[in-house]
Design a protein around this ligand. Structure first.
Ligand code: ARG
Length: 463
């Protein structure tokens, strides 16, 4: 005996409806309506399969199909009456379907549970976002390639400990990020392969006695195959965790690049100018042009890694199979995905627009005794000194230059020979930054020839 206030979908054994607080804690419709398209896609595949298997009639399947299309257009047009009493997207859609087509709607849930339904919807949603991350990364890599190509031989300081280390090329620095973002891309590609199996047909947890064709629904939804264990299918959210893990690493990479742009665009560095399109002003200081987009990208790792932590804590220690805890999976992933896509797009825009200040870059590359290693290497090569001795000679010369307030190339040959008598005039050739970078031709090194080869290889891969 149901009463009027008990739930229309599952209220058969209930005499009263839920407390308002119960409804508030239980409802997910406020956010899982974002999976409406996936829910309807899954239901259409399920209904078509039920008819093909003779479990429901063709006319019922046709009514369901048309009704679901009506529901979808209502949702897309923003005039769908979402109801918290109906908890989630699954019951909201089914209940509206019933209002539109009547009795056949009640046959849609045959051989299915919300447990396999939500697992299917969420996989489809995360798969779409995985594809979006892959395209976003591709666009960013192309923007970086554009910068690398323009400045394959511009020199800039390479840093370790944020102290001048050795001159590198602008193209080399840009291509370092291309490599990092390409690994991010391959993490998403790997995760996609593993997630692309269909939970649909696992039903509540144990499978079903109806003669479902799980291969057919899997194929209709673009999955490679049905998941092989129904308990696993409704229980795990590791696909979402892999998405968040890949997103976290990608956001970490974005934060490092963002930090460099913040430093580089400062008045103290002046390595790059960010475009007006990706900068903001100050309400009090008229001279300011702030790198807000870079700062916000730098911060996004906070919420994205937070989502990763939150979801792995939700899943930790849950017994099989489905538990309602798992409803807490979605908001984390939605927020992380939204912010990752935004950060990728903003970084792509900033990188595409920014202009390098080649004079500042070169001046900075030439300061800070950046070619000291070249000097030591020259002593090893030309004077056959052990590297440790060459290191010591060079260190002495750096100390001498520092005391005189000059840089290495400004020392005289006499200065050099006062430290080591066999040094010749030829040493000055390796002290210039252009010669320095051109000499680093080892595979993966900073020489423009190496960088151009890497650019060509990546352009071929991405085209
Ligand atoms: N809204 C639920 C969720 O997101 C759907 C699954 C409900 N299943 C259940 N057995 N109550 O997890």
């Amino acid at each position: 005996m149901t009463n009027d206030t008990s739930n229309k979908m599952w209220g058969g054994r209930f005499a009263a409806g839920p407390d308002a607080i119960m409804e508030a804690i239980n409802a997910s419709i406020g956010y899982d309506q974002r999976m409406a398209a996936q829910d309807i896609q899954g239901s259409r595949a399920h209904a078509a399969m039920l008819a093909a298997q003779g479990i429901i009639t063709d006319s019922d399947a046709e009514a369901i199909r048309e009704g679901l299309l009506t529901v979808l257009s209502e949702i897309e047009n923003g005039d769908f009456p979402f109801s918290a009493a109906l908890e989630d997207i699954h019951m909201n859609v089914e209940s509206r379907l019933k209002e539109i087509i009547g009795e056949p709607a009640g046959r849609l849930h045959t051989g299915r549970s919300r447990n396999d339904q939500v697992a299917t919807d969420f996989r489809l949603w995360v798969r779409d976002q995985t594809d979006a991350a892959i395209s976003g990364l591709e666009a960013l890599m192309k923007a970086l390639l554009g910068q690398a190509e323009a400045g394959a031989d511009w020199v800039m300081p390479g840093f370790t400990h944020l102290q001048t280390a050795q001159p590198v090329t602008w193209g080399h620095h840009m291509m370092a990020y291309v490599e990092m973002f390409s690994r991010d891309m391959s993490r998403f590609q790997d995760a996609r392969k593993r997630m692309n199996e269909s939970p649909l047909g696992a039903a509540a947890l144990a499978g079903t006695s109806f003669p479902l064709d799980r291969d057919a629904t899997a194929a209709a939804l673009g999955f490679d195959r049905p998941m092989a264990n129904s308990l696993d299918a409704v229980s795990d959210r590791d696909f979402a965790l892999e998405f968040l893990g890949a997103s976290s690493i990608c956001a970490m990479h974005l934060s490092r690049m963002a930090e460099e742009l913040v430093i580089w665009s400062s008045a103290q560095f002046r390595f790059v100018a960010l475009s007006d399109r990706f900068s903001t002003g100050s309400s009090i200081m008229p001279q300011k042009k702030n790198p807000d987009a870079a700062e916000l990208i730098r911060a996004k790792i906070g919420r994205i890694f937070g989502a990763n932590t939150a979801l792995i804590m939700v899943m930790k220690g849950l017994p099989l199979a489905y538990s309602k805890d798992m409803q807490e999976d979605k908001e984390q992933v939605f927020d992380a995905a939204d912010n990752l896509m935004l950060a990728l797009a903003a970084m792509t825009g900033m990188v595409g627009d920014m202009t390098a200040n080649t004079e500042s870059l070169e001046a900075a590359a030439s300061s800070g005794f950046s070619t000291a290693t070249d000097l030591a290497d020259w002593c090893v090569r030309e004077l056959n000194m052990p590297f440790r001795d060459a290191h010591h000679v060079t260190g002495t010369l750096v100390g001498m230059a520092e005391a005189k307030g000059i840089d290495l190339p400004e020392l005289t040959l006499a200065d050099m020979q006062s430290v080591h008598a066999e040094i010749t005039e030829a040493v000055f050739d390796v002290l210039g930054v252009h010669n320095s970078v051109a000499s680093r031709t080892s595979y993966g090194g900073t020489a423009p020839a190496q960088v151009r080869a890497q650019i060509a290889a990546w352009k071929a891969k991405l085209s």
